[in-house]
Design a protein around this ligand. Structure first.
Ligand SMILES: NC(=O)c1ccc[n+]([C@@H]2O[C@H](COP(=O)([O-])OP(=O)(O)OC[C@H]3O[C@@H](n4cnc5c(N)ncnc54)[C@H](O)[C@@H]3O)[C@@H](O)[C@H]2O)c1
Length: 427
């Protein structure tokens, strides 16, 4: 596939150089080539990545050549499960740079922890790979900006793993909203609930033999290994994670932003904390964030990590009624008397999201992604701003052109992080 793209770019740049010729010939060329072109991928980070490896392997013409994890038990288990479920056997490896160095690989799929997302994506783009990267796209705001730059500079397809962006019923609901089914939409609310337990008080411990903790840390400055952070609980430490807001809030905030038709906020507030348990967790388990946008629009997210009762998933409030979305693509439209006037339903979009990424690679249309990195950065940035408002305890005033925080150096200090020397992302 890597060669086919070069062949097509050569054709586009030469014989069919006129814009009209390109549009016609490009379409015919795509139809003829796309179904048969093999796309080769390597998947990094194999908890969520195990499901993604299977999802990619199930796509026609896609080869999952590598499954990579710094925990060798997870790498071999993922290779075995892809083989069992899909009948194709990827090679288990421990260092994702082998994926970047392999010229036959078209794309990197990154489902490692959040502190890896931007550095791996930027290295991937520089190595000529397209990247499917899990949400949130970045560990901090500056990284999201650099990811957009890296995608543009290298002309790569970079898709964020906000799979509902590809759900047909979500598209249907958004089209209704944007066509005015509930009039002007000025407010959106979203919720998350779970029943997570305590993570305890960690103790320094020996690194398990099956884990390459040095490469697990990668871009993050070195800290000793503790027995309650790897795997998964890193989400609740600012050094690697972004709390529930970056973990699950990003999914619904992305839908709110899509429906409201907003980009960067002008004001951000936060309230909450680690209320439910007294343990090592640094990030809130009880959190409400609110965002105001130009044009008199507002968006809120309420996350309760330790109580499952949810008031809903996502709702939109307009001058002529209300729309409610559920997490699987179902939607209900209410009129201004709160009477149901329309209902729809559908799938979440996981397989279509992967297919959309593969199509952008085959068709050389990196900007035609449903969750193109610039959209992904804007939604992720709202989570970062909510967390910065929480950590500073202050209301943030932001520049509506780029989300940068105005007149608050302490808050702006959270815009970027320190890196382990040698791992600083460079576009
Ligand atoms: N889109 C979704 O619905 C969805 C669902 C779950 C998780 N996620 C995202 O996936 C990411 C991973 O979450 P998780 O729950 O699987 O976490 P996890 O900690 O359970 O798994 C992460 C895996 O990445 C591995 N890893 C760490 N550094 C690595 C490296 N340098 N190379 C290869 N592997 C490395 C770890 O060893 C671990 O196996 C998170 O960013 C999360 O937000 C997305």
């Amino acid at each position: 596939m890597a060669q086919s793209i070069h062949r097509r770019q050569f054709l586009n740049n030469t014989a069919m150089g006129s814009a009209a010729g390109l549009a016609l010939a490009g379409g015919a060329l795509r139809a003829a080539q796309s179904a048969s072109e093999t796309v080769t991928v390597g998947v990094m980070g194999l908890s969520r990545g195990r499901a993604l490896a299977q999802g990619f392997a199930e796509q026609p013409g896609v080869i999952v050549k590598y499954v990579c994890d710094v925990d060798e038990n997870r790498a071999s288990a993922a290779a075995a499960s892809v083989e069992k479920e899909v009948g194709k056997s990827p090679k288990p490896i421990g260092d994702f740079r082998r994926i970047l160095d392999d010229e036959s690989v078209d794309a990197l799929v990154c489902a490692a922890p959040n502190h890896w997302h931007a550095p791996a994506t930027i290295l991937g783009c520089s190595a000529g790979k397209h990247v499917y990267v899990e949400k949130p796209c970045s560990h901090n705001p500056r990284e999201g900006e650099l990811m957009v730059e890296a995608a543009r500079k290298n002309n790569r397809a970079v898709q964020l793993g906000t799979q509902r962006r590809s759900g047909p019923a979500f598209h249907e609901a958004m089209a209704l909203l944007h066509d005015g089914v509930i009039g002007r939409v000025y407010c959106s609310r979203s919720w998350y609930g779970n029943s997570r337990g305590p993570i305890g008080t960690g103790k320094p411990a020996a690194v398990p033999e099956n884990l390459d903790y040095e490469l697990w840390q990668g871009p993050a400055p070195r800290v000793p290994y503790y027995d309650n952070r790897v795997h998964y609980n890193w989400h609740w430490f600012w050094h690697w994670g972004n709390g529930e807001l970056g973990n699950n809030g990003v999914h619904t905030i992305d839908l709110c932003r899509w429906g409201l038709g907003v980009d960067y906020p002008i004001r951000v507030t936060s309230s909450g904390g680690r209320y439910r348990f007294d343990d090592d967790q640094q990030t809130p388990d009880t959190h409400v964030v609110a965002f105001e946008f130009e044009g008199e629009k507002t968006l809120t997210w309420q996350g309760l990590s330790c109580n499952r009762h949810r008031e809903g998933f996502v709702k939109f409030y307009g001058e002529g009624g209300t729309m409610a979305l559920d997490g699987n693509g179902g939607y209900t439209v209410y009129d201004d008397r709160d009477k149901v006037i329309k209902e729809g339903g559908g799938q979440r979009g996981d397989a279509i999201h992967i297919a959309n990424f593969i199509a952008a690679i085959r068709n050389d249309t990196p900007l035609e992604l449903n969750a193109e990195i610039e959209k992904g950065h804007k939604s992720t940035l709202l989570c970062h701003l909510g967390n910065i408002a929480h950590r500073t305890g202050r209301t943030l005033n932001c520049n509506s052109a780029n989300g940068h925080i105005i007149g608050d150096d302490k808050a702006m200090a959270y815009w970027e992080r320190e890196y382990e020397p040698g791992w600083e992302p460079k576009v």
